[in-house]
Design a protein. Structure first.
Length: 95
């Protein structure tokens, strides 16, 4: 699972956590970084990709990047960039 909504946390990070009163786990900190980076993209409805998470996936596929979309209503896409990725993040400017 690619982390879509936790700033500073990426796929594969080792986290410390505590249990809330509702028995859900709540992250309290990062114990070990994985070296991965999560790039979040929210396509603008009036933009070239429209409100399409699928279009975002197609745009980043040539770099071998994949990820998950939050929902159809909120097409926030979280893309996982592995530590050993050959992708140059500067190449993404303007996409």
């Amino acid at each position: 699972m690619v982390v879509s909504s936790a700033p500073g946390i990426a796929f594969g990070d080792v986290l410390s956590y505590t249990f809330g009163e509702d028995t859900r786990r709540w992250a309290t900190g990062r114990v070990e970084a994985s070296g991965h980076c999560t790039v979040r993209v929210l396509p603008v409805p009036a933009g070239p990709l429209g409100p399409s998470a699928e279009a975002v996936h197609r745009c980043f596929a040539p770099w071998g990047l994949g990820g998950e979309a939050y929902s159809k209503e909120l097409p926030l896409v979280a893309l996982d960039v592995p530590a050993d990725a050959s992708a140059n993040l500067d190449a993404f400017d303007g996409l």
